[in-house]
Design a protein around this ligand. Structure first.
Ligand code: NAD
Ligand code: TYD
Length: 348
């Protein structure tokens, strides 16, 4: 029986990874460590919370003694590290939180793994989940490859880039077995409604303004979250140690085109007259230092590991909208309380 630590498992992507590992590997013991910040929600894991191979531990990766005690207790064979502060806009208002969790928290985990695995690294793995934003911003053409030089532009992407460097440094200096993946923008069920798609779905539902930053011509490459979880599973089990894999959806959209498509889908699903949602589009002040374009070349994971997205984007978007409309209580619960203050500060 292997014991695997998944950090940030109560968050958006983490919850999909935990579900996949718990269901697919009954012979693994999965320990989900999460601080349950505003973005962590155990409701995301209701369907597996009583599984015999699943354990939840509430804790902060920044807390060194909590982490070392956890490694002592469980003697982990592997780590899949997703816990992070993940929203660019929040990193602009509070960079220090990002440095603490994303950099210091990652180094705490690396130290604990290094101490536990010293001299018996065989069969162990530290999997660090990262983002394509570490590569910076592209012009009209070109793609991010695994060897694209790092050029992070926001406090968020800088903290993730820093954590990636620490993981590689521990591999190089202490022979810590690791793998890193850098993924493009995810969408799907259980994403906190501060990110573009769930925010706009919720606003359309309540006929609230859709705040499009700047000219709306920023481009992102969108991937369905379950396909990201599948890629993580594949890389964890079949990836080459010390390697990096880019993961993307082969699916670039300019924000404004994506928003218009979403408006159309929402009008259809809500039985509203076509064009109703588009009227809510409101151009607002741009995000400072807003990256123009991200686009991933996912050729390596496709060729080496045979991974490809399982869903066409239109199908994934429709499924995602259905989920939010059928889970209004989830949305209402996470958008009450503290969320209201964030919203006021961000969009006033
Ligand atoms: P999220 O914000 O939805 O979830 C983050 C989770 O980490 C939450 O459950 C939160 O409670 C937990 N957490 C935060 N600080 C913690 C701490 N100090 N100790 C323990 N737990 C803590 O984020 P997400 O979108 O699911 O992203 C997960 C990972 O994937 C992140 O590392 C992110 O950088 C990366 N990533 C995200 C995307 C995306 O599009 N969302 C794309 C590529 C990579
Ligand atoms: P987001 O979901 O925050 O992801 P990221 O910044 O990590 O790519 O934003 C996706 C795109 O949508 C990005 O170009 C910023 C833009 N955006 C808006 O125009 N309005 C908004 O209210 C938000 C949250 C994002």
């Amino acid at each position: 029986m292997k014991t695997i630590l998944i950090t940030g498992g109560a968050g958006f992507i983490g919850s999909h990874v935990v579900r996949l590992f718990v269901n697919k590997y009954p012979d693994y013991q999965i320990v989900n460590l999460d601080k349950l910040t505003y973005a962590g929600n155990l409701e995301n894991l209701k369907d597996i919370e009583n599984a015999p191979n699943y354990i939840f531990e509430k804790g902060d990766i920044v807390d060194e003694s909590c982490i070392s005690q956890l490694f002592d207790r469980y003697q982990f064979d592997g780590v899949v590290h997703l816990a992070a502060e993940s929203h660019v806009d929040r990193s602009i208002t509070n960079p220090m939180e990002f440095i603490m969790t994303n950099v210091v928290g990652t180094v705490n985990l690396l130290n604990a793994a290094r101490n536990l695995w010293k001299g018996k690294e065989k069969g162990k793995l530290f999997y660090h989940v990262s983002t394509d934003e570490v590569y910076g911003s592209l012009g009209q053409t070109g793609f991010f490859l695994e060897d694209t030089p790092y050029d992070p532009q926001s406090p968020y992407s800088s903290s993730k880039a820093s954590s990636d460097h620490f993981v590689r440094a521990y591999g190089n200096t202490y022979s810590l077995p690791y793998v890193i993946s850098n993924c493009s923008n995810n969408y799907g069920e259980n994403q906190f409604p501060e990110k573009l798609l769930p925010l706009f779905i919720n606003n359309i539902r309540y006929n609230k303004a859709l705040p499009v930053y700047g000219d709306g011509l920023f481009t992102r490459d969108w991937l369905y979250v379950v396909d990201h979880a599948r890629a993580i599973d594949l890389i964890y089990h079949k990836g080459k140690q010390g390697d990096t894999y880019n993961i993307g959806g082969f699916n670039e959209w300019k924000n404004i085109d994506l928003i218009k498509l979403l408006c159309k889908v929402m009008d259809e699903k809500l039985g509203r007259e076509q064009g109703s949602a588009e009227k809510l589009i409101t151009y607002v002040k741009d995000r400072p230092g807003h990256d123009k374009r991200y686009a991933i070349d996912a050729g390596k994971i496709n060729k080496e590991l045979g991974w490809e997205p399982s869903l066409q984007f239109e199908e994934g978007l429709s499924k995602t909208v259905d989920w939010y409309l059928n889970n209004q209580e989830w949305l209402d619960r996470v958008t009450s309380g503290e969320y209201q203050n964030y919203y006021k500060e961000q969009y006033s």
